[in-house]
Design a binder for this molecule. Sequence first.
Ligand SMILES: [Zn+2]
Length: 203
Amino acid sequence: MNDRIAKKRELMTVAKRCFERGLQTGTGGNLSIRCTDRNLVVIKPSGVGFFECDEDNLLVVALDGTIVEGSAKPSKDMPFHLGIYRVREDVGGIVHVHSPWATAWASTNQEIPCMTVHARAKLARIPVIPCGPGRGNQDPEAIVAAYRDPKLRAMILEDHGSVGVGKTILAAQHVVELIEETAQVAAVARMVSGRVGAAAAAD
Ligand SMILES: [Zn+2]
């Protein structure tokens, strides 16, 4: 099979999995996969839902931003995808979603604490990238600068969502799933410890 078709199908499988797990609704978020030709990526365009990705609407783009295949409108997040691939040779897939627990935590502009053994082992840290000017979307350069750290796999974007990277697009999806789980665990742990603290104070 043609490599581009194989990579499109790999992306479509992961996109559907994200949708089915509730990590992304509507047409928000985006995801991409690096081709065997390391200078090319397949990426979801703007205005297409994760569940609606197909071989005809996905874009094939060179790392310098040149559209190689496809006529859909590129996502405004495409620059940070391409930038991460340029600085991280080890990255083969990127998943960006607006999942609710991670995005709620990101709205506090605080790093998500890795409270579980699994999150510490897999992610170590989930830093937060502040909003861009006028509380708009993050400057793509700020996202790429953080990912210059060769160990970083996960981040959240203030008032926006999360970004996970991996050797494969499935590994990147596992990262955003774990970010979402970790945000939920941290939020509930704070709620419970607040109640436990309140109960102890009342005794
Ligand atoms: Zn987004």
